[in-house]
Design a protein around this ligand. Structure first.
Ligand code: SIN
Length: 344
């Protein structure tokens, strides 16, 4: 009889536990969140999903959706499907999207000092950039965003840029002469970089580059291998120079208006998740760019020249005077930090 009583008690406890865990499941089931309670965050970007930014955006969305039990739904729109270069910031400020991650160059018209990242040979490694973003340089840049109604969420990395071309291999500065190179919109520094090399810079939105390369409207471009592979630029560009002459990274941002309206617990989950995903993204950026360099090597479609240290010095010398442009744009203090850092 005593044994029977104990068995009944154990069953009751088991029943209670199952019921409680059922409740937790229900809370985490986002189908149960009413449309009125749901916060939708549209995250728009311009690159393919299989890139550092594309994968990180997806990971961030999945984690936030899961961690908020469906109360927040982050929807990712890759490949310029929602907004293209040049449209994204206005869309953010007007509330049409809630998160974007433009390359730092594309912030250049509203926030000119972000063009420091376009400065050739300014940064040696991700660790170098990370140090700068955590110090005086980062705080000046974030201050600019905040004054413009933008809430910075994270800094993401893609990698160092390489040169691709159609006409001839680009080994020495002279090889650039009179060739038309696509540059990212909004960057006077990139314009200056290609002008100093004797090329003709052509500002163009990212989603138009493949077509422009295919139709020979432009002769070449600069990008990371993850963008060169995922956008299939190599199909019409027979030459690539591994020059690592410039950096491509992203400022992940939202608007202060949207941010201030979020409940504090949601803000907290977004911030913590963004921190975690950013560390993962930085690791993935190197892995993906190395993987894509291997894909290019194995494709048999592109001749790859790895720049020698002597050639690197030639390019650096040809680009020395870009620092005047940097001073004009970023002001002597911030420009000085970059110029001193590189010893130019
Ligand atoms: C990106 O990585 O977001 C695009 C870069 C480019 O416009 O070349």
């Amino acid at each position: 009889m005593k044994l029977f009583k104990q068995l009944k008690l154990a069953l009751a406890a088991l029943f209670l536990l199952t019921a409680l865990s059922g409740c937790t499941e229900q809370l985490n089931d986002w189908e149960q969140v009413s449309p009125k309670e749901k916060i939708v965050i549209k995250f728009s970007h311009v690159v393919s999903e299989d890139t550092p930014k594309g994968l990180a955006a997806k990971r961030f969305a999945d984690l936030v959706n899961h961690r908020t039990g469906g109360r927040v739904e982050v929807q990712v729109f890759p490949n310029s499907t929602l907004y293209r270069d040049g449209e994204e910031i206005q869309a953010l400020l007007s509330g049409a999207v809630q998160i974007i991650a433009p390359s730092t160059s594309k912030l250049g018209d509203m926030f000119p000092r972000w063009q420091i990242f376009d400065m050739p040979y300014a940064f040696e490694s991700f660790a170098d950039i990370n140090r700068s973003m955590e110090g005086k340089i980062g705080s000046s840049l974030y201050e600019d965003l905040e004054k413009g109604g933008i809430q910075p969420l994270a800094f993401w990395y893609n990698g160092f840029k390489q040169i691709t071309s159609r006409e001839r291999p680009i080994i020495h500065p002279n090889d650039f002469k009179d060739l038309r190179f696509r540059i990212m919109i909004n960057s006077a520094i990139l314009e200056e970089q290609f002008s100093r090399l004797g090329a003709i810079p052509v500002k163009m939105q990212f989603n138009e580059v493949y077509q422009a390369l295919s139709s020979s409207a432009i002769d070449g471009q600069e990008n990371t291998t993850s963008n060169i592979v995922s956008q299939k630029f190599y199909e019409t560009q027979p030459y690539l120079t591994v020059s690592n002459h410039g950096f491509l990274g992203y400022s992940v941002i939202t608007s202060q208006d949207f941010w201030s309206e979020l409940p504090p617990d949601v803000r907290n989950i977004i911030q913590e998740t963004m921190k975690e995903v950013s560390l993962w993204e930085m690791e993935q950026a190197s892995i993906i760019n190395n993987r894509d360099m291997e894909k290019l090597r194995n494709s048999g479609k592109i001749e790859i020249h790895v720049q020698t240290p002597v050639e690197r010095e030639e390019w650096k010398n040809a680009l020395k005077s870009v620092d005047k442009k940097l001073i004009e744009i970023a002001g002597p203090d911030l420009a000085g930090e970059i110029i001193n850092k590189t010893g130019q």
